[in-house]
Design a protein around this ligand. Structure first.
Ligand SMILES: NC(=O)c1ccc[n+]([C@@H]2O[C@H](COP(=O)([O-])OP(=O)(O)OC[C@H]3O[C@@H](n4cnc5c(N)ncnc54)[C@H](OP(=O)(O)O)[C@@H]3O)[C@@H](O)[C@H]2O)c1
Length: 335
C-alpha cells in the first residue's frame, strides 16, 4: 500500500445497525476500511445527504443495504492511501467520489474508477454536492429529453437537490426555465440560480398561471422529482410533443397516468435512473461526465451547496430534508 497509513486505524462513522428513524442512528467508532486491489482510501472532507439516503436508513428504499452499513453515497476529500496497482491517484490529492454507501464516515475505500480529481478551486462541500444531482439532471435533459435551446423547461420541486441542479443545467443548455416550488423562499432560491420565472404549484389554479407564462403553449420538457397529483396536472399542461422526465417521487406517491393523455399530447414519459447510466450507457456516461467536469473546472457551473452541518450533527441534515425544508443539497462536514 502506498501512502502514510499502514495497519489498522479507527474512524468515526454513522452506523445503521437496524433500519430505523434517524433519531435512533448514531456515530460509532469502527475500523477504517482497508484497501483491496485497485482501491483508493479517501479521508472525507464533506459528504452529501440526499432524499434517497433518508429512505435507505429507514429501509424504505427500493434496494436495501445489508445491515450493518454506513450511509452516504457522495463525498469529497483527500486521498489517504492507494493500493499498489493504482496509478492515477496519489496521497494528498483532492477528489470527488460516489459509492453505494459508506460516505458518512471519516474514511472510505472505493475502486479508483469511482473517483474524479476535484478541480483546485472547488471546495469539498461543493464537490460533495455535485455528481449525483448534476449527472441526473444532464442525463435527463440531454440524453433523454434532448432539450433544445429556446425550449421551455418546467422544473417541479425546483429548490430541492435534484431540482436546483436541473434549473442550472437547463439554463446552461439555453432553455427558458420555469421553477415550481411550494414557498416564496424556495422560489427566490430557484431564481437566484437562474430560473426565469416561478410558479407556486400548491395553488389550485397553478396550471392557469403556467398557461399564461407560456402563452398557452405549455412546457416542452417537464423535470419531475416530485410525483403525485402534481405530475398528473403537469402532464396535462405539456406542449405538443412534450417530454415528461420521471425522476422521483418526493411527494411519496407514484402517479398513474391514463394512456390517452400521451396520445392526445403527442407526448412522452421518459424514465431517468442515475444508478443505471454507467452500466447501460457507458459512452453516454463518459460524455456527460466530461461535460460536467468541464463546466465545473471553467466555473460555468457552480454546484449549489445547501445547508452545511458538522459531522456530529448529521441528523440535522436528514431532518431538514425529511421536513421538506431543504434548499439544495444537505452537506455534512468533517474536521
Ligand atoms: N432518478 C434518479 O436517478 C434520481 C436521482 C436522485 C434523486 N432522485 C429522486 O428525486 C427525488 C428528490 O430528491 P432530492 O434529493 O432532490 O430531494 P429534496 O432535496 O428533498 O427535494 C425534493 C423536493 O420535492 C418537493 N416535495 C413535494 N412534496 C414533498 C414531500 N411530501 N416531501 C418532501 N419533498 C416534497 C419539495 O419541493 P416543494 O416543497 O417546493 O414542493 C422538495 O424540495 C427523490 O424522490 C429522489 O429519490 C432520483
Amino acid at each position: 500500500m502506498k501512502g502514510k497509513t499502514h495497519g489498522k486505524i479507527c474512524m468515526k462513522a454513522v452506523v445503521v445497525e437496524n433500519y430505523d428513524s434517524i433519531d435512533r442512528i448514531a456515530i460509532k467508532e469502527i475500523d477504517a476500511p482497508g484497501l483491496a486491489a485497485g482501491e483508493v482510501r479517501v479521508r472525507i472532507g464533506a459528504a452529501a445527504v440526499g432524499f434517497v439516503d433518508g429512505l435507505k436508513v429507514q429501509g424504505l428504499y427500493q434496494t436495501k443495504d445489508p445491515l450493518p452499513f454506513v450511509p452516504g453515497t457522495e463525498f469529497a476529500g483527500t486521498v489517504d492511501a492507494v493500493a499498489d496497482n493504482v496509478g492515477a491517484f496519489k496521497p494528498g490529492m483532492p477528489v470527488i467520489g460516489m459509492a453505494r454507501s459508506g460516505a458518512l464516515a471519516e474514511y472510505i475505500a472505493v475502486p479508483s474508477a469511482a473517483l474524479q480529481k476535484l478541480p483546485p478551486q472547488v471546495s469539498f462541500e461543493a464537490g460533495a454536492s455535485f455528481q449525483a444531482n448534476y449527472l441526473t439532471g444532464l442525463y435527463a435533459l440531454d440524453a433523454r429529453a434532448a432539450l433544445r435551446q429556446g425550449e421551455i423547461l418546467l422544473v417541479l420541486g425546483a429548490a430541492g437537490g435534484v431540482g436546483i441542479a436541473a434549473v442550472q443545467i437547463g439554463k446552461l443548455m439555453g432553455a427558458r426555465v420555469i421553477a415550481a416550488a411550494s414557498t416564496a423562499e424556495k422560489r427566490d432560491f430557484a431564481v437566484r440560480y437562474g430560473a426565469d420565472q416561478t410558479i407556486d404549484y400548491t395553488k389550485a389554479d397553478w396550471r392557469d398561471t403556467l398557461k399564461e407564462l407560456t402563452g398557452g403553449y405549455g412546457p416542452d420538457v417537464i423535470y419531475d422529482p416530485v410525483g403525485g397529483d402534481v405530475s398528473l396536472q403537469a402532464f396535462r399542461s405539456i406542449a405538443w410533443r412534450g417530454r415528461h422526465l420521471v425522476v422521483g417521487f418526493a411527494s411519496g406517491t407514484i402517479p398513474a397516468l391514463a394512456f390517452n393523455l400521451p396520445l392526445l399530447k403527442g407526448g412522452a414519459l421518459l424514465g431517468v435512473d442515475l444508478a443505471q447510466i454507467q452500466k447501460r450507457e457507458p459512452e453516454t456516461h463518459t460524455r456527460l461526465m466530461a461535460q460536467l467536469f468541464d463546466w465545473l473546472a471553467s466555473e460555468k457551473l457552480q454546484p449549489v451547496v445547501g445547508k452545511v452541518v458538522p459531522f456530529e450533527n448529521f441528523r440535522e441534515a436528514f431532518k431538514t430534508m425529511q421536513s421538506r425544508s431543504a434548499l439544495g443539497k444537505m452537506i455534512v462536514k468533517f474536521g
